[in-house]
Write a new protein. Structure first.
Length: 131
């Protein structure tokens, strides 16, 4: 299922790879995400490119009783019901992708550091002084 993130920020590409390994009593889900897009500089509001890579590992267990999920609460643990044949991980993937987007980003923090857009910084100073 597609995860709709376009209203929140600008992503150019997102590549998600998953590997599911079965073990005795549980499964292990390996997730890798490569995301690139555009974010604003926190100082001058210039639009800058970014690229991030993330790897996460989750354990998937079958819930046989209600007590199972109460005794083992871990954000890296995914519970499925004993008759389920699939697990919906769209919310998990969406959260991981949202977490990859820089919230505080600056021109100097990019791969090829740039000076901030000083024209915009001057205008912002003028606005803050007049208010």
């Amino acid at each position: 299922e597609w995860i709709n993130l376009e209203d929140e920020f600008v992503l150019d590409t997102v590549v998600v790879e998953t590997i599911l390994q079965k073990h005795s009593g549980f499964m292990e889900l390996h997730v890798s995400i490569q995301a690139s897009g555009q974010a604003q500089c926190s100082r001058c509001l210039e639009i800058l490119p970014f690229s991030k890579y993330l790897e996460e590992h989750f354990i998937i267990k079958v819930r046989y009783t209600d007590q199972d999920s109460v005794t083992a609460q871990d954000p890296m643990l995914i519970w499925i019901e004993k008759n389920d044949v699939k697990a919906d991980i769209t919310n998990i993937l969406g959260s991981l992708i949202r977490g990859m987007v820089p919230t505080r980003y600056s021109c100097s923090g990019t791969e090829n550091p740039l000076p901030c857009n000083f024209d915009v910084l001057k205008k912002l100073d003028q606005i803050s002084i007049s208010h």
